[in-house]
Design a protein around this ligand. Structure first.
Ligand code: KG4
Ligand code: ZN
Length: 376
């Protein structure tokens, strides 16, 4: 993050407008940060594009980018109105500038630049993953450090969150995100989009032991994930089945069981890595936060609950409105950077790839380090 020459002075109290557009939610939020670091969310407005992507069984980047462009102005206007503030009261504009679907990120970032320029306030380019990393703090006290499992449609990561700007990626998916695996499983069986809730509903009537599915990376001494093979195995199982409601329920239940197993086993591995990373006393109590849309799944939640109980971690599952994509988390990250005077110049670019913890991503080729560099 570039520090703009002393054009702006940091005010003790800040009113930050956050903008989020990295996937299929167009969102804006106004958040107040007091000098003592306490925060208040004055508004958080989210427009979902689910209906637009549903016919395709997944997010279509081009459709997402157009929808962001159409909606952004209204969503910002509504966030400012609901917060009962004036544009001229805003201290800074914070916007997601990556990682994400590039068309959407550009739409949000350009909107933010225009506003920052016209209001003559600083622009703060926020890493979307940093928003997620800080998001449990929107719901109340959540002191650093904590271990974060982020499971959404776009990301699956285990992060050691030690302080603002101090993150260690302990594990990440090398292919699909967990939510993507749910969405693709639903698509194969014609259950509708977004897939997660439909797979969960269908799984309720099924036998989780009916179909033998792989547990990718189980037992490996890293904390990475892989879901692509699981998705293919589900497609094969469905092809070979008689496609009845019972067959669908069995496949959904077996798939959900496999995802649960993988998430808990990889999280257990990350717990040890986290203890090492923060140099914790052996057996000391620690915090484990689960965020992202997939955290809505009740079987996954109860498996993680049990894992935490057995491992001396307390489980924090913030309300879904804070852990699925939203702009309040972007405003919060922006507010923290604002307080430090970390501002960006107008030439800051939208980034499809932007690992939160560049060094560890570079040194861990398993974690999605492609030709163009680490993804996230
Ligand atoms: O965090 P999120 O709202 O946003 C994006 O990643 O954009 O996560 C959405 C993902 C989708 O893939 C959806 O299928 C999944 O979260 N999801 C679930 C459940 N509810 C939503 N996955 C499993 N079980 C659920 N109950
Ligand atoms: Zn996200």
């Amino acid at each position: 993050m570039a520090i703009t020459a002393l054009k702006y002075t940091v005010q003790e109290k800040a009113l930050i407008l956050g903008i989020e557009s990295s996937c299929d939610e167009t969102a804006a939020s106004v958040l107040r940060r007091e000098a003592d670091g306490s925060i208040e969310i004055l508004s958080s407005v989210i427009a979902s594009q689910d209906e637009k992507h549903a016919p395709f069984g997944g997010v279509v980047p081009e459709i997402a980018a157009r929808a962001h462009m159409q909606k952004l102005d209204d969503i910002i206007e509504s966030a400012v109105t609901r917060a009962d503030v004036q544009y001229s009261d805003l201290s800074a504009i914070a916007a997601t500038s990556g990682p994400g679907l590039i068309g959407g990120v550009i739409a949000g970032l350009m909107g933010a630049k225009g506003l920052a320029m016209s209001l003559d306030v600083p622009l703060i380019a926020v890493n979307h993953l940093e928003g997620h990393a800080l998001s449990p703090r929107l719901a109340g006290e959540c002191p650093f450090p904590y271990l974060l499992l982020l499971i959404s449609g776009g990301h699956t990561q285990l992060l050691s969150v030690k302080g603002l700007g101090d993150y260690q990626r302990l594990g990440s998916t090398v292919d699909d995100a967990a939510g993507e695996a749910f969405d693709k499983t639903a698509k194969v069986m014609g259950l509708g989009f977004p897939g997660g809730p439909n797979v969960e509903r269908t799984a309720k009537n099924g036998n989780p032991a009916a179909i033998k599915l792989p547990r990718p990376f189980k037992g490996k001494d890293h904390a990475d994930f892989s879901f692509a093979g699981l998705k293919t195995a589900v497609a094969r199982a469905y092809d070979a089945s008689d496609k009845t409601e019972i067959a669908k329920a069995d496949i959904a239940a077996s798939f959900q069981e496999a995802v649960c197993d993988v998430l808990t086993e990889r999280s257990l591995r990350a717990m040890q890595m986290f203890r090492d990373d923060i140099k914790a006393e052996p057996d000391s109590a620690q915090r484990f936060v689960v965020a992202g849309g997939v955290a809505a799944n009740s079987q996954i939640r109860s498996s993680l609950d049990k894992l935490c109980e057995d491992s001396n971690f307390s489980l924090l599952a913030p309300p879904l409105k804070f852990c699925t994509d939203n702009a309040a988390m972007i405003a919060l990250a922006g507010a923290e950077h604002y307080a430090l005077g970390n501002f960006d110049n107008m030439d800051v670019k939208a980034r499809p790839r932007w690992p939160l913890d560049g060094d560890s991503a570079k040194h861990n080729p398993a974690s999605g380090f492609g030709k163009k560099g680490p993804k996230s």
